[in-house]
Ligand binder design. Structure first.
Ligand code: SIN
Length: 559
């Protein structure tokens, strides 16, 4: 399979150069800040953080349910957490990556607590643990009821501000600078419109997810897959990109992002009912299965939502104060009203392919958190494993840099392109080692990332049409015809975007969404089966041949 060469962005020639860093972190969510705190704090590296909004503005803030971690003294075990994660991942998890996640997670949570993060306690001072879909036991730490992300972000922002890390807010990382076969930094657009080249020995992509690919999402407007798009343009390996997880219990309401009714509500006893008031699904199944059951029931009944019944829950407002407030804002009372719900795009399970230390296929490049494809989530992420993932793998990237690592190793998910040697922990049926390479994208043109002058309305319209296309043709349920229709519409939008001469961040985001949208459609068309959160009506069952990672780009197999 020929991997096409990277397409350079069209960059003006007056780019100025900035200081040289040991580590440049892109993104300010849990993964990026966990890495920055460790690197700039105890390890005294010269660290910079680029974020396109404010430091506190990341998808992490929106996380509700919590952090799944087996802390000492729990009547649980990391092996059970491992087994639940592998089961949710539907045969595509990397078992070694999951072992790292569940094994190192508790230490990272303890560290976060030492930075001041306060998780909810019971009257006797013990951590209150919630249960969520796919977990065999209650093991979810939470804060402020269901405002865990706010607390995690607050603690990490304070910790990072206490270090010497250089902060570049309202700065947009446009593209990777690649020289001599390794990353050397990024080109970034500063708030005053100047382009700068930020040089760094290591670049960490911690840019979060891609919910803005779809019309209905729980993700904030900034979730535009910028890191994955940059990686694709630079020919870096990206994997599992077809797996977009839809959260089943987003409030069915015009507000965007969709207010989330945390999975913790179901762990607490809330029930899902159809339009006739009937229950039809086990509420504590992994969320891909719940979303699928809901879509099926909605189609059967010709309706656009189901309802969540929380009327019987005790102390709703005390346990879930932020959700109670959100419901009050839209005029709903969980004590008396059935809460309308429908699936919404929530989490991108794949991303930039990494090894067990977060190293990407390009030397000097690292990825962690939702931007990464580390294999921890397989074909469907287990609830409340995402904050944990960011903490664990953000930290591991820095540890590996400290050890002098340069370039990927044939460990974890990276075995899909570097080596097919099985892990000693390989578990038939629940973990995967192989990879299948496909070409970068189906776009008929390389969309230049930057161009001159502007046309805001045209860019917004292209983004809206992209979201409508992917929702209709590549959403919760897909098939070969719908994916072919999506591919040609995305290609048409790419051509339209080349004609829009606009150098703002809105255009950069649209460009990134088109790049990743095309990749998602392409990988989804190649995966001719249903698995985890990838559901094809024309291939409704998983197939034995499907237990491989679909990889786009990466090192030439002949090298
Ligand atoms: C939720 O609270 O339902 C979301 C948590 C997650 O995405 O894991």
């Amino acid at each position: 399979m020929t991997i096409p060469p990277p397409s350079p962005s069209v960059l003006p020639s007056d780019v100025t150069q900035q200081v040289h860093l040991d580590l440049l972190v892109l993104g300010s969510g849990v993964a990026g800040l966990s890495a920055a705190v460790r690197a700039a704090g105890a390890h005294g590296m010269r660290v910079g953080i680029i974020t396109k909004g404010e430091l506190t503005q990341s998808t992490t803030r929106w996380a509700q349910g919590g952090v799944a971690a087996v802390l000492g003294g729990d009547p649980d075990s990391t092996d059970l957490h491992l087994a639940d994660t592998l089961a949710a991942g539907a045969g595509l998890c990397d078992v070694d990556a999951v072992r790292v996640l569940v094994g190192e997670g508790p230490a990272r949570v303890t560290e976060l607590i030492s930075f001041g993060a306060a998780f909810d306690l019971d009257e006797s001072g013990q951590y209150l643990l919630a249960r969520e879909g796919g977990h065999s036991l209650p093991r979810i730490l939470h804060a402020g009821g269901a405002a865990t992300g706010v607390e995690v972000e607050r603690a990490l922002v304070e910790a990072v501000r206490a270090t010497a890390a250089m902060l570049h807010e309202h700065t947009f990382a446009v593209d990777l600078v690649v020289e001599g076969g390794r990353v050397k930094g990024v080109i970034a657009l500063e708030p005053d419109g100047r382009l700068v080249e930020v040089r760094a020995s290591n670049v960490l992509l911690a840019t979060g997810g891609s919910g803005q690919l779809f019309e209905v999402t729980t993700n904030p407007p900034e979730a535009t897959s910028d890191g994955t798009a940059m990686a694709l343009r630079a020919g870096v390996a990206v994997a599992d990109i077809e797996f977009m997880q839809f959260h089943p219990t987003a409030l069915h309401h015009p507000a965007m992002p969709r207010p989330l009714l945390s999975e913790a509500l179901r762990g607490h006893g809330a029930l899902i009912r159809d339009a006739n008031g009937e229950r039809f699904v086990d509420e504590l199944l992994p969320r891909d299965q719940v979303s699928k059951a809901m879509m099926g029931r909605m189609l059967d009944l010709g309706v656009d939502h189901c309802v969540l019944d929380a009327r019987h829950l005790d102390q709703f407002t005390e346990r879930f104060p932020t959700i109670a407030e959100a419901l009050e804002r839209v005029g709903l009372d969980p004590g008396t009203d059935l809460l309308p719900i429908a699936p919404a795009a929530h989490y991108h399970c794949g991303g930039v392919l990494t090894d067990l230390d977060g190293a990407a296929s390009l030397p000097g490049l690292w990825a962690a958190g939702e931007a990464a494809g580390s294999g921890v989530h397989g074909a469907n992420r287990l609830a409340s494993n995402s904050l944990l993932d960011g903490m664990v793998f953000g930290f591991r990237c820095v540890e590996a840099i400290e050890r002098g690592r340069d370039g990927p190793m044939a460990t974890g998910a990276m075995r899909a392109v570097l080596d097919a040697a099985p892990s000693e922990h390989y578990e038939p049926g629940s973990s995967v080692i192989g990879g299948r390479r496909i070409a970068r994208s189906i776009l008929p043109v390389d969309v230049p990332v930057l161009t001159a002058t502007d046309d805001d309305e045209a860019v917004a319209d292209i983004r809206t049409r992209l979201q409508a296309t992917l929702t209709r043709h590549a959403g919760v349920v897909r098939d070969a015809d719908s994916l072919a229709a999506a591919a040609s519409e995305v290609a048409r939008l790419a051509i339209e975007l080349t004609a829009v001469r606009h150098g703002s961040t809105a255009r950069l985001e649209a460009c990134n969404l088109i790049e990743v949208g095309a990749a998602l459609v392409h990988a989804a068309a190649e995966r001719r089966e249903s698995r985890g959160c990838h559901t094809r009506s024309d291939a409704p069952e998983p197939s034995p041949e499907g237990r491989v990672r679909i990889v786009i780009g990466g090192p030439d197999p002949a090298d």
